[in-house]
Design a protein around this ligand. Structure first.
Ligand SMILES: [Cu+2]
Length: 132
């Protein structure tokens, strides 16, 4: 009986389990964005490629808003359970709602975000994520 495939599988499983607790992993940084009518604060976020972040979105207004970041969410690394919280390229927040998304910053570049609710973006609900 050849045990090599089983040994390889176990070795891979062990490496996979050990990876998240590796001491060299950088600590997650919290970045908070407040949503009001009609503004994101801040409207510019600076991230570092490969760094893990807790992106906290807070709808501090009395109406619904969303955070649409098509290119950013497509390129960011997110665990499947985190990505499942998105509706594709966006996440909706009810009045007073707060959500925290865990992700790893994508490749260097500039990624825009906005609220897609009618007239919210032209009224000022847009911003820029700069990844260096
Ligand atoms: Cu809005």
């Amino acid at each position: 009986m050849d045990l090599r495939p089983a040994v390889i599988a176990l070795t891979l499983a062990a490496a996979f389990v050990a990876a998240p607790t590796h001491s060299a992993a950088p600590p997650e940084q919290r970045v908070s964005v407040s949503m009001s009518t009609f503004r994101f604060k801040p409207d510019e976020i600076k991230l570092v490629h490969g760094q893990p972040y807790a992106l906290e979105l807070v709808n501090s207004s009395d109406e619904s808003h969303n955070f649409v970041a098509t290119g950013f969410f497509a390129a960011a690394h997110m665990a499947p359970a985190e990505r499942a919280r998105l509706a594709g390229d966006r996440i909706e927040l009810k009045p007073g709602e707060r959500v925290t998304l865990h992700l790893i910053a994508p490749a260097k570049g500039r990624y825009s975000y906005r609220c897609s609710h009618r007239i919210h973006m032209p009224m000022g609900m847009s911003g820029l994520i700069k990844v260096s």
